[in-house]
Design a protein around this ligand. Structure first.
Ligand SMILES: Cc1cc2nc3c(=O)[nH]c(=O)nc-3n(C[C@H](O)[C@H](O)[C@H](O)COP(=O)(O)O)c2cc1C
Length: 390
């Protein structure tokens, strides 16, 4: 294996030592007035308004937009021109060409959307009859043809208890408690949650978890040190309340402390793109800590990499995520080692070996598990911005 690029020695931000910069940020960030006003209420509003509309399609869609999706791009576009039906297509301005060159993860996100839509419709006793790719299946890249047509049939479905978790579900990107193992029965429940959609497997044995901690960390490092890939993420970062409210998608860099670091110029797109900067180094160290705090892993495998398998993986993923929520477990997708670009090829092959993937099969999701802190929801565009009625 090619050696990973060496990180240069660098200065540390001396938080404990009282560096003037950090002191300024900390002072700003801990001022009660600043904290109290930093919540991006407008960007979080869709979590509070879901379900309140006389049209059952809108009620179901208002929950579906809360689905997990890669880089929170929210690539869904819905067409309500046919009464009683919903057309779903992909907004191709929201793709991730660098880290998701074949739109595999974007399609998984659309599968997550469809599954939450189905759960929300069932809560209203509507069966959401989903026909995938009614005008044909896209090729190597997603196109403008519909991803699905959904027809709503009243009085034909029973509620699913997983629906109750939709408002509480998170992708928990915080460090997990390394003193708290994941119970075997909980891992088994997560694996069962994917049943009928795709195969799920998992690990809580310390040796296996240690190898996956290391693999996911090395994959993250490759992504961070490959400038075009890193830039795709940095370009999607929203720093502070005003940016998050203006563009409630992408990577949310909110909260009083991060916003203060941004205001004083320490944490900016420029510093995060500079491998010599403290911000870059600290970002990497932060991620190393996240990967190293994994107390288990789970992965989803499909028999092939067709578009319908990717949708099935999305459906399975959201069910796994909602089941974790019900169990009080934190879960965090770590997709880097599964990505399809040349710099990642060796680690992707290693991931396939480590996860026991047979020829032709595809690992669609890999995530860490553990117990993490409670989190606020992530931003969403209002449903209205994703609807066409033509
Ligand atoms: C296909 C897919 C891949 C994802 N990959 C990652 C990842 O590599 N790293 C990460 O931090 N989050 C990943 N996520 C989680 C998203 O970032 C998250 O769903 C999105 O930011 C919305 O946040 P929420 O799930 O808390 O609502 C992924 C989600 C999906 C559906």
């Amino acid at each position: 294996m090619r050696p990973l690029p060496h990180l240069p020695r660098r200065r540390f931000l001396r938080i404990a030592g009282g560096s003037a910069i950090i002191l300024a940020a900390t002072t700003a960030a801990t001022s009660a007035g600043f904290i109290a006003t930093r919540t991006p209420d407008r960007a979080l509003a869709p979590w509070n308004t879901a379900g309140a509309d006389p049209d059952p399609r809108i009620r179901a869609l208002s929950h579906a937009i809360l689905a997990p999706n890669p880089h929170n791009r929210q690539p869904w576009l819905v067409d309500l021109s046919e009464p009683g039906a919903i057309g779903l297509s992909c907004d191709r301005t929201r793709l991730l060409p660098e880290t998701d060159p074949f739109d595999r993860q974007i399609v998984i996100g659309l599968g997550c959307f469809l599954e939450v839509l189905r759960l929300a419709a069932a809560e209203d006793r509507y069966q959401a009859e989903i026909t995938l790719f009614p005008d044909g299946v896209p090729g190597p890249r997603i196109d403008d043809r519909p991803v699905a047509i959904i027809r709503m049939h009243p009085d034909e479905a029973d509620p699913d208890p997983l629906f109750m978790q939709v408002p509480h579900r998170r992708s928990n990107k915080e460090p997990y408690d390394t003193a708290r193992p994941v119970p075997e029965a909980d891992l088994a429940a997560l694996i069962t949650a994917a049943e009928g959609r795709c195969r799920a497997e998992g690990a809580i044995a310390p040796e296996k978890v240690a190898r996956l901690r290391d693999l996911t960390w090395r994959a993250h490092r490759v992504e961070a040190l490959t400038p075009a890939k890193m830039k795709e993420s940095v370009d999607l970062m929203r720093f502070g309340k005003a940016e998050i409210n203006a563009s409630p998608d992408g990577i949310d860099m909110g909260g009083a402390f991060l916003e203060a670091l941004n205001l004083i110029g320490v944490l900016t797109p420029e510093t995060l793109m500079d491998p010599q900067s403290d911000a870059f180094y600290r970002g990497l160290e932060h991620y190393r800590g996240l990967m190293q705090s994994a107390m288990g892993h789970i992965w989803l495998v499909t028999p092939d990499n067709s578009r319908t398998s990717q949708i099935a993986a999305g459906e399975a993923w959201v069910r796994t995520n909602l089941t974790a929520t019900a169990l009080g477990l934190a879960i965090h997708p770590l997709s880097q080692a599964l990505q399809e670009y040349p710099e990642m090829a060796e680690l992707a092959a290693e991931a396939n070996r480590e996860l026991g993937i047979a020829d032709g099969e595809r690992v669609q999701m890999l995530a860490r598990l553990g117990y993490g802190p409670g989190l606020p929801p992530s931003p969403r565009w209002p449903l209205e911005t994703r609807i066409t009625r033509s």
